[in-house]
Design a binder for this molecule. Structure first.
Ligand SMILES: [Fe+2]
Length: 511
């Protein structure tokens, strides 16, 4: 790829100057050696790997390179968080989920856009920086051990999701307790246990759901240690958790997301568990010890929100699942939208992140189920479309029937994680509208932000972080959610890992 676009010319750098600069960046850990190789022409990584490379810088910028017009009515901050390293003190990290959390805050204030971005400086990160080496194992990479060290401790990386709740910014990881972060300067504050109500051996989900009518939340965690159990909580308005269910489980399993309807909490639990003897030997990372049991069912677990009723379980053919759309009640049944994979090829590919060529991945299927909790059966199942991920919707409709669902789609055959299209699913007319990203661009999860004072479901914006490989630069794109018309693209002058999830807070402004 030639280093000849106008941005680089504008800085007045020759190829040699730029190579020297990148060499310095590699030494300080901000740029991967592979990125340098790509930009200097000796190699080419796949688009999704470039979109998750180590960030170019930490800092605060007022963004002025804007195409279109940033709506003056859009005010607040979009927080995005990501696994922010693919190399740690000389150790290449194997899994997409590995690496210290990198947080970005895009603040909109009457048309002005300010970006602040930095690593979350957890105690574990600071300890490694002080030591100058990798001390903690990651989800898919064991830390090198020296001398008498037997088993490296693992990090609690708040790199999956971030949300503003209970007057604090919480970085979320299903591997530990939430991490409280200052919403303005983005500095680490503390681990958060919901004022003593989350047990130490229960990590908290990265995907809690919130009732738009009451404001209360619902979350869960899989209790570790003796007596594995699925713990389900209501997140009270006073910031504390109330335990609704503690359901003993067979083995230590993985469940990533949940659904909330007006009266129910629904889990889709794939046949995936950690092999504990393998894990406890200390020779394998958690990702190495994760097993997919292809002869076991996927369980659809239905719980009443009051915490008092007997759980209902419906067994279905095995499938892998990470994310869901919305859920709602209709005529005594529950309608859910979920993204199923018929096998574990996606899990395997996530663990092959550091490789140049990804293994084949079976496409996900956006699937609508109608569940009948009274009879404990699936009333109907219909596949809507393939290659979809990162479903989002207007969260003012959580638990209620919603007309629209927004997803990302990948159409690059040998790079299944390079999401290059936005799709709006219109359930009222069973139609989809698709917006393709041009060229070497990859898109991040579309976040719906409502117009202030407008209740209609399509009155809002879709805001997405994106990455352009030809410029090696990230951008934020704003679309009209109702028409999908382009409103603005704001270039950052930096490259940041795209990450998985994030949320908007209308109450916070970074200046
Ligand atoms: Fe997720």
């Amino acid at each position: 790829m030639a280093l000849n676009d106008h941005e680089d010319d504008a800085h007045g750098m020759s190829r040699r100057d730029f190579t020297i600069l990148l060499g310095g960046a590699c030494l300080t850990g901000m740029a991967e050696p592979q990125v340098m190789a790509r930009l200097t022409g000796s190699g080419r990584k796949r688009l999704s790997a470039l979109a998750y490379q180590n960030p170019s810088a930490e800092g605060t910028w007022v963004l002025k390179k804007i195409e279109g017009t940033v709506p003056r009515e859009l005010n607040g901050t979009l927080y995005r968080i990501a696994p922010g390293q693919k190399e740690n003190h000389g150790v290449m990290l194997n899994h997409l989920f590995d690496g210290d959390a990198f947080l970005s805050g895009y603040s909109f204030n009457s048309g002005k856009v300010t970006l602040r971005a930095k690593y979350v400086d957890t105690p574990e990160r600071l300890e490694e920086l002080q030591a100058g080496r990798m001390l903690y194992s990651e989800f898919g990479t064991l830390a090198p051990r020296t001398g008498e060290e037997k088993q490296a401790k693992s990090k609690n990386q708040p790199s999956v999701n971030v949300m503003y709740w209970d007057n604090m910014l919480l970085g979320l990881s299903e591997g530990g307790h939430p991490t409280s972060i200052d919403p303005v300067d983005l500095n680490y504050r503390a681990r958060h246990d919901f004022y003593g109500t989350l047990p130490g051996n229960v990590p908290f989900t990265a995907h809690p759901k919130f009732d738009p009518l009451t404001g209360e939340g619902f979350g869960f965690g899989v209790q570790q240690g003796m007596g594995t159990a699925l713990k389900v909580y209501r997140m009270e308005l006073n910031g504390k958790l109330s335990e609704l269910y503690s359901l003993p489980q067979k083995g230590y399993f993985m469940v990533h997301d949940m659904l909330l309807s007006k009266e129910h909490i629904i889990f889709v639990i794939p046949p995936v568990r950690f092999d504990l003897p393998t894990l406890f030997k200390g020779q394998s990372s958690p990702a190495d010890a994760l097993r997919y049991f292809e002869k076991e069912p996927t369980r659809y677990l239905i719980l009443k929100r009051d915490g008092k009723s007997k759980p209902v379980t419906i067994e279905q053919p095995p499938s892998m699942v990470f994310h869901h759309g919305n859920a709602f009640e209709k005529d005594g049944k529950i309608v859910i939208d979920t993204l199923l994979s018929p096998d574990n090829t996606g899990l395997t590919a996530l663990h092959s992140w550091s490789k140049n060529r990804m293994p084949m991945v079976t496409s996900t299927r956006l699937t609508r189920f109608v569940l009948d909790p009274g009879k404990a059966v699936v009333s109907s199942r219909s596949e809507i479309s393939e290659h979809q991920e990162f479903p989002r919707f207007d969260t003012r409709r959580t638990g209620l029937e919603a007309r629209y669902l927004y997803t990302l789609e990948s159409s690059i055959k040998d790079d299944p994680f390079a999401m290059n299209a936005l799709v709006r699913h219109d359930f009222a007319f069973n139609k989809q509208k698709k917006i393709m990203a041009p060229g070497d661009r990859m898109l991040g999860e579309p976040v719906f932000i409502p117009h202030h004072g407008r209740d209609e479901e399509d009155r809002g914006w879709l805001v997405m972080q994106g990455y352009d490989a030809s410029k090696n630069e990230n951008f934020i794109e704003i679309l009209d959610a109702g028409t999908l018309d382009f409103e603005a693209r704001i270039w950052t002058g930096q490259h940041f890992p795209l990450g998985f999830h994030g949320n908007f807070s209308k109450d916070m402004i970074i200046e």
